[in-house]
Ligand binder design. Structure first.
Ligand SMILES: *[C@@H]1O[C@H](CO)[C@@H](O)[C@H](O)[C@H]1NC(C)=O
Ligand SMILES: *[C@@H]1O[C@H](CO)[C@@H](O)[C@H](O)[C@H]1NC(C)=O
Ligand SMILES: *[C@@H]1O[C@H](CO)[C@@H](O)[C@H](O)[C@H]1NC(C)=O
Ligand SMILES: *[C@@H]1O[C@H](CO)[C@@H](O)[C@H](O)[C@H]1NC(C)=O
Ligand SMILES: *[C@@H]1O[C@H](CO)[C@@H](O)[C@H](O)[C@H]1NC(C)=O
Ligand SMILES: *[C@@H]1O[C@H](CO)[C@@H](O)[C@H](O)[C@H]1NC(C)=O
Ligand SMILES: *[C@@H]1O[C@H](CO)[C@@H](O)[C@H](O)[C@H]1NC(C)=O
Ligand SMILES: *[C@@H]1O[C@H](CO)[C@@H](O)[C@H](O)[C@H]1NC(C)=O
Ligand SMILES: *[C@@H]1O[C@H](CO)[C@@H](O)[C@H](O)[C@H]1NC(C)=O
Length: 762
């Protein structure tokens, strides 16, 4: 599963979770698995495998059946079910035989029409197993799907010309007294009726009735007596078996797999197959496994087949040589033999006939010569290949360069078109040297869009980002986007210095920023905690937030608005003096047009974006709102420990209950600044509003934050001595000295130590 798909699945889950929580409903859990002890697995003689069940809590939605204990019979509604199978995914039910009989008393035809409605159920009439069957000597029976909506209608004519019954042939259903026709696939509705112009009023003495039913073709054989007697009708009390295919949901496997919470193929070693009859999918155990692919329980789900226990179906040519392996089996030749014992090619190893010394030597020598020859040839071939490969690579480089519009770009930057654009187009050689051929050791970051390397280019440290891929159709726009991006000059946005277009995907060169991110600051990694960590003051947090908001507002207000699309603490870099620098755009960001690649990070992504797949500036506002919550609470937006409860939901609930103070990060929660904190919380709340039009623009967010940040500093300093120290340090720059070793100074008040220990403990 690729990252975007996975992200989509996870995000959808999160979003659904939020939606349910917001509506006050129980969370949208996984599909129910039957509680094995309480769920009956049989009704009468019929096995009931999951997803079927005879209580709603034992069955997948739509698959519950009713067991009539008196008749020991299984029912779907009023239709009796006489068989269920997972492989093939079919159910056998009893369909009512429609009839039209001449009534000698009333001198009229009595008709018995019938219909089945399986619309919006997992069942559909099997088009491979059933045939519409009509019996009679003057019979025209119609079959159709729903009257007003359906597209299907057909009919079947059965005749005995001149009332001659002698032409009826046992076992032959070819129009004489019997007619069969196939039905189309994906049929979920079925109706039968007779044409009243073809009736048995003339021939009732020999053949009073016509019959018609959609039924399993393999259980029907025509008998001449069916025309003259009610034998056919009476065989199963007026009913005939019909095969129903069933499937899960109405989506393809590809779509269903992304929705983890509803995906039905939960067993290990199971696979998903698109239904061959209508929408939906079915699950199957993969080759070499058997069991129920819809069950998580490893004892009931797909288990390895012990092929060796079933030599009839899994033969070995040599008895006792079978060895079972997960998903397969092998047949081993006896000791001293080699070959494949499955197909009987075991051969005795040649050691029983020792070779003469001379022969051995001769063989040795010729083998030696051969090896030398092959080796020499090999080296030549490799050399040749390498040289052609290099030539091909050079050609490829030029192609990539052209494809990404490199020529236009170098032209623009050369003459500047009146303006001097500080943008460099680097060559492939320069990039290779600077990054040591994209040495893994130089990686400083990895994101959804690409990998970032640290490099020294023309004497200055830079960050080199290798984009993962650029949408083919958008490569033309790419150059223009680069030109726009490189004109952006904002103190809180990572500067784009240049690019190299001689690769498959573009390589972008940015100014190098201290490798610390807001993410690391808020959630120090475990092994860093003991060495250097610190409580970040409210003032600092708000300053960073205000700067980031300002940067995003600047991007949004550009002539062609630039949308970030992945706002999160990991993308806020912190330079000298804890100056925030927004990063991670440039690979595919500009423009409001629909993007088919899902980008963004679970927890920060706007649920509206998932619905519309259309990135707007309001999506950035939402993500920023989540970031604000993270700044206030110090909690990650998603956490396994919270069982899928998102920070957004927790926050919204606590705002409603007035229990916000319980969520706040202990490092900043002091009474003095409570008013500011409430201001930030209110702002965050607005950023998370639905619909997006109610959210404030980024510009407004930045203004409010700046205002709030100023208020913090105006106040008397908070009682924590360490925080005072750090604030002072912020002014003096050098971020490495900001987080001083708490133990070494021995200077802190008791409260500070308490605050620190809480921070460490998280
Ligand atoms: C399945 O269960 C639901 C809810 O209890 C019920 O409404 C429905 O009739 C049941 N369907 C069948 C076929 O028993
Ligand atoms: C024939 O029709 C009469 C009157 O309509 C009805 O009472 C009778 O049951 C019918 N006979 C059969 C076999 O359906
Ligand atoms: C049988 O069909 C004929 C036309 O083929 C019609 O005239 C007659 O009324 C029908 N009889 C009954 C009992 O429906
Ligand atoms: C068949 O069932 C579906 C859903 O249960 C319903 O919407 C539809 O109206 C039904 N059709 C007929 C002809 O009764
Ligand atoms: C067809 O088979 C039935 C019994 O199986 C028999 O009574 C009948 O005579 C047979 N008809 C013909 C035409 O062979
Ligand atoms: C698929 O099923 C869902 C729920 O069962 C329903 O809301 C949706 O309309 C269905 N889609 C189609 C194309 O039938
Ligand atoms: C399914 O397979 C995975 C990896 O092979 C394994 O870690 C996991 O425990 C298995 N789950 C069950 C329920 O057997
Ligand atoms: C499902 O799996 C079984 C056993 O591995 C295999 O025989 C069968 O062909 C599979 N069904 C489909 C539709 O691939
Ligand atoms: C930051 O960079 C330095 C070297 O430049 C490296 O030693 C350190 O591990 C990096 N820290 C992180 C968190 O990546």
């Amino acid at each position: 599963m690729t990252f975007p798909k996975l992200a989509a699945a996870v995000l959808l889950l999160v979003w659904l979770g939020e939606a349910f929580a917001a509506a006050g409903l129980p969370g949208g859990g996984a599909l129910p698995q039957p509680s094995s002890s309480n769920c009956p697995t049989r009704c009468g003689d019929i096995d009931i495998p999951y997803p079927f069940g005879i209580a709603p809590e034992c069955a997948m939605p739509g698959f519950n059946l009713t067991c009539n204990d008196e008749q020991r019979a299984l029912f779907y509604g009023n239709v009796e079910v006489v068989g269920l199978s997972l492989q093939p995914a079919q159910a056998r039910m009893l369909n009512v035989i429609s009839s039209g009989c001449y009534n000698t008393t009333s001198k009229k035809m009595d008709y018995n029409d019938w219909h089945l409605n399986f619309t919006n159920t997992p069942y559909r009439l099997s088009h491979t197993g059933n045939k519409f069957t009509a019996l009679g000597c003057s019979t025209l029976a119609y079959i159709s799907d729903e009257f007003n909506k359906g597209k299907y209608m057909s009919g079947c004519v059965a005749m005995c010309r001149r009332g001659d019954l002698s032409a009826l042939t046992n076992g032959s259903c070819s129009g004489i007294g019997c007619c069969q026709t196939a039905i189309p696939g994906a049929l979920q509705y079925y109706r039968v009726w007779f044409d009243e112009n073809y009736n048995t009023s003339e021939i009732y003495s020999v053949s009073p009735c016509s019959y018609a039913v959609l039924m399993e073709s393999s259980s029907f054989t025509f008998l001449s007596s069916y025309i003259t007697s009610p034998e056919f009708y009476n065989a199963h009390q007026g009913r005939a078996p019909v095969l129903m295919d069933w499937a899960i949901g109405n989506e393809t496997c590809e779509v269903a797999r992304r929705k983890h919470e509803s995906y039905a193929c939960v067993s290990n070693n199971s696979e998903c197959l698109d239904s061959t009859n209508g929408p939906g999918y079915i699950c199957n155990c993969t080759n070499g496994y058997q069991g129920n692919p819809y069950l998580k329980d490893p004892k009931l789900g797909c288990r390895d087949i012990d092929e060796c226990a079933d030599p009839n179906n899994y033969p070995c040519s040599v008895a006792g040589s079978c060895k079972n392996l997960p998903g397969k089996y092998v047949c081993l030749c006896p000791y001293g033999y080699k070959g494949d014992a499955k197909i009987g090619t075991c051969e005795r190893l040649s050691k029983d006939q020792p070779l003469q010394l001379g022969a051995k030597l001769a063989i040795g020598a010729s083998v030696g010569v051969l090896i030398c020859l092959v080796g020499f040839l090999g080296i030549e071939v490799i050399r040749h290949k390498r040289s052609t490969k290099r030539q091909a690579a050079d050609r490829q480089c030029d192609e990539y360069f052209k494809k990404h519009g490199g020529e236009i770009l170098s032209e623009i930057t050369r003459d500047g078109q009146g303006r001097n654009i500080p943008f460099t187009v680097y060559t492939r050689e320069e990039m290779e040297t600077a990054t040591n051929s994209f040495d893994k050791a130089k990686i400083v970051g990895e994101g959804g869009q690409g990998t970032v390397y640290k490099a020294i280019l023309r004497g200055t440290p830079v960050a080199v980002k290798r984009c993962k891929e650029v949408d083919e159709s958008r490569t033309k726009d790419f150059v223009q986007e680069l030109v726009i991006l490189c004109r952006i000059d904002h103190p809180n946005i990572v500067k784009l210095l240049g690019c190299c277009l001689q690769y498959e995907a573009p390589v972008l060169v940015y100014e190098f920023v201290q490798n610390r991110t807001l993410q690391e600051l808020l959630h120090p990694k475990k092994h860093h905690r003991t060495t250097s960590s610190c409580v970040v003051t409210l003032g600092t947090r708000l300053k960073i937030a205000a700067q980031s908001a300002g940067a995003l507002a600047h991007l949004h207000s550009a002539e062609r608005p630039i949308l970030h699309g992945d706002v999160k603490p990991a993308n806020i870099l912190l330079g000298d003096g804890w100056v925030a620098k927004v990063s991670d755009f440039g690979c595919s960001t500009i423009d409001e047009k629909t993007q088919d690649v899902l980008k963004g990070t679970p927890g920060y992504l706007d649920p509206l974006y998932l619905l519309e797949y259309q990135l707007t500036d309001k999506n950035d506002v939402y993500s920023f709102g989540v970031l604000l919550l993270e700044l206030l609470t110090g909690m990650k937006p998603l956490s396994k420990e919270r069982n899928g409860l998102t920070l957004t939901v927790m926050f919204q609930e606590s705002m409603a209950d007035g229990t916000l103070h319980q969520l706040l990060d202990e490092g900043i929660a002091d009474e003095v600044n409570m008013e500011v904190i409430r201001g930030v919380a209110e702002l965050a709340n607005q950023c998370l509003l639905v619909p997006g039009t109610r959210r404030p623009p980024m510009k407004r967010v930045a203004e409010v934050l700046r205002c709030l940040a100023d208020k913090v500093q105006e106040r008397a300093q908070p009682p924590l001595v360490l925080q005072d120290l750090m604030l002072a340090d912020v002014g003096r720059s050098t971020s490495s000295s900001l987080c001083t070793h708490s133990q070494t100074t021995g200077f802190y008040s008791l409260e500070t130590k308490a605050a620190l220990s809480i921070e460490y403990a998280r």
